[in-house]
Design a binder for this molecule. Structure first.
Ligand SMILES: [Zn+2]
Length: 238
């Protein structure tokens, strides 16, 4: 639990929203890996609030599918199988294409400026090698695109889907966050130019790149686990 941002004792008691956002970010920034135990008592003490508030927060995170609640065992950061991770990226690619098509037709200069400043912030985080922040900003880029979609159902669907990719990082080969500022910039500039087809293609390549990293990590995991198994077999003989 050490990696959660500490709440200063001198502050007023944090609200349920504050704790929800803090834990949400800690999971999306990959400070809390899948299957981490989220003990109610420990969190209540950490934030200086009642267990009732913590329970409410954990319920909200479980409806985001970032936390799993297990009877008699408590709350844990949710985990994905490799197959589920692949399915999430497949769904993301499909929905993001539809969203980009929509957004290209209705984006305003103010919204363009807001996305450009987000990309500028990603660039700063990248230069400063602040990868937790960069990861969060990368997610925000896609969330902001989803917000601009005039079809609220499509937007909401993508917003529910994307945070769960934070749970897929176990399968990724890249140490860097999955989204890069230049790829986001390419997607945005095609949208600004009114070229939905090129923007959708750039987004497809962007998400393909992420999924390829996922597959590569899975291959490595398989090799490591095989070597581990062989080693343990040898050591058990000696
Ligand atoms: Zn991205």
């Amino acid at each position: 639990m050490v990696s959660i941002r500490r709440h200063s004792k001198s502050d007023a008691k944090p609200t349920e929203d504050f704790i929800y956002t803090d834990l949400y970010n800690a999971i999306c920034e990959r400070h809390l890996p899948p299957d981490t135990k989220l003990g109610e008592a420990m969190l209540a003490e950490h934030y200086g609030v009642s267990r009732t508030i913590i329970r409410q927060v954990l319920l909200r995170l479980s409806s985001d599918r970032l936390v799993k609640l297990e009877p008699n065992r408590g709350a844990f950061v949710a985990s994905l199988t490799l197959e589920e991770a692949r399915q999430i990226y497949e769904a993301w690619r499909l929905v993001e294409g539809a969203i980009i098509q929509d957004v290209t037709e209705c984006i305003t200069p103010q919204q363009i400026a807001s996305l450009r400043s987000l990309i500028a912030a990603e660039r700063v985080a990248c230069d400063e090698q602040n990868y937790p922040l960069l990861t969060r900003l990368s997610i925000q880029f896609h969330m902001q695109l989803a917000d601009l979609c005039s079809n609220k159902f499509l937007g909401r669907f993508l917003k529910e889907l994307i945070p769960q990719t934070s749970l897929a990082y176990f399968y990724e080969i890249r140490k860097m966050p999955v989204c890069t500022k230049d790829e986001h910039s390419e997607i945005l500039e095609h949208i600004v130019a009114g070229n939905a087809e090129a923007a959708i293609e750039a987004a497809r390549q962007h998400l393909d790149g992420i999924e390829a990293a996922l597959n590569a990590r899975a291959d490595i995991n398989r090799r490591i686990s095989l070597v581990d198994k062989l080693n343990s077999r040898i050591s058990s003989r000696s």
